[in-house]
Design a binder for this molecule. Structure first.
Ligand SMILES: CC1=C(CCC(=O)O)c2cc3nc(cc4[nH]c(cc5[nH]c(cc1n2)c(C)c5CCC(=O)O)c(CCC(=O)O)c4C)C(CCC(=O)O)=C3C
Ligand SMILES: [Fe+2]
Length: 359
């Protein structure tokens, strides 16, 4: 219900969604790829990843846990805003969640999107999802959905990654590896190069998407060096490439880099930091814990995979800080950010350069 102490009525935890059983796998994948030219062979291959885990993606349980954690942190700070949860690709779908919220009188929603960087998938497509969810409920004139800013360089998101990377490097050095022989692989989702450029061409050939990842990798690497006292080399690598093989996507692939490091001969171990994601969902469990780990074993490397931010208390608290800065309309110069690119601006409307890649 409209509570005039706040400029929003409720929080909308907004995510990707995932299947909850074998029968959901194919319908889910059809939702994800609707009209987007992902070849059938790729869908078969990805279906197999889900089938291997009983047709259940871990992402929904992770979002239920995040929702509960956000509710706990909001309550602890005396902020009386309900938290709803909706997804793009699987139930609870945005349209149903928005209908439920509106039935409760909650029409001014602030979305917390489980995506830290600027891209069509992480920003523009959510904006379109929100517009559709309002439109099918005939709420376009009577309800609104804003979102918190991209939080790639917010301390709440970054702190768990720094801690995790530091601990992983320490475990490897304790096991006898030299810091200089440990390569830190900062891993994120590959996207088509055209989509990367469209995420903000003023940031270079691969747009804001790559610039944000490079800036953050530098920050984490420096923090780890400062804490451990010894520098380890690092690389930005990409994972989970999809789509038409003739369309260029961001490279290098993590598995190719592990192979190259093996040939070059200076590396004895890798630390994989899945900093492109906020939870240990399927793309982390399959593409890293399974595939990248196998590549590392083949190379004879030590292997450590750092946890995503998940429901780390610093992350949960950081998300509530990001909510509060919107409730209070905190000026940009007071908003925390750990890279020179931030604080990323709020998007009141669809990012003009966030169109889907047509390449
Ligand atoms: C940038 C980005 C993020 C991070 C930001 C964000 O969170 O948005 C992300 C997250 C995720 N991607 C996920 C799953 C999938 N992504 C796919 C396909 C695609 N992803 C893309 C990009 C991204 N994806 C792209 C350009 C495609 C090509 C087709 C298209 O343009 O849509 C496909 C189809 C099959 C395949 O080709 O892999 C699946 C199943 C899951 C859920 C995992 C789980 O279930 O635990 C999550 C969190
Ligand atoms: Fe994806």
């Amino acid at each position: 219900m409209t509570d005039h102490r706040y400029r929003y009525d409720a929080i909308l935890l907004s995510s990707f969604g995932g299947p909850e059983g074998q029968d959901d796998v194919i319908p889910f994948l059809r939702n994800v790829t609707a009209g987007r030219g992902v070849p059938d062979e790729r869908l078969e291959e990805v279906a197999h990843h889900y089938r291997h885990f009983g047709g259940v993606s871990p992402i929904n349980a992770q979002n239920r846990a995040l929702k509960a954690a956000l509710e706990g942190e909001l309550a602890a700070r005396g902020i009386e805003l309900p938290v709803y949860w909706g997804n793009r690709n699987w139930a609870p779908f945005f349209a149903d969640t928005v209908a439920e919220a509106a039935a409760n009188g909650d029409t001014r929603l602030l979305a917390v999107v489980t995506s830290a960087y600027t891209s069509y998938s992480g920003v523009g497509q959510y904006r379109e999802d929100f517009e559709k969810a309002l439109a099918v409920n005939e709420l376009t004139q009577n309800a609104s959905i804003d979102r918190i800013r991209e939080f790639f360089d917010h301390p709440g998101f970054v702190t768990p990654l720094i801690e995790g990377t530091q601990a992983a490097v320490n475990r490897l050095t304790d096991a006898g590896h030299n810091a200089a022989g440990i390569t830190i692989l900062f891993s994120t989702h590959s996207i088509p190069t055209a989509a990367a450029k469209a995420s903000g061409p003023e940031f270079g050939e691969h747009g804001a998407y790559e610039a944000q990842h490079l800036a953050l990798a530098e920050v984490i690497s420096k923090a780890v060096t400062a804490a451990t006292g010894a520098a380890s080399p690092w690389r930005l690598v990409y994972q989970s490439r999809s789509g038409d093989p003739r369309v260029p996507w961001l490279e290098p692939d993590i598995n190719d880099v592990i192979g190259d490091l093996h040939e070059a001969g200076d590396t004895t171990a890798v630390v994989v930091v899945p900093f492109g994601f906020v939870s240990d969902h399927m793309e982390v469990l399959w593409d890293l814990d399974n595939e990248a780990k196998a590549s590392a074993e083949e190379a004879g490397f030590g292997f450590e995979r750092v946890a995503t931010s998940g429901v780390h208390p610093a992350f949960v608290s950081g998300l509530v800080d990001l909510i509060v800065e919107r409730l209070d309309d905190t000026p940009a110069e007071q908003r925390p950010h750990l890279t020179a690119l931030g604080p990323w601006p709020d998007h009141a409307t669809v990012g003009t350069y966030l169109e889907p890649a047509t390449a």
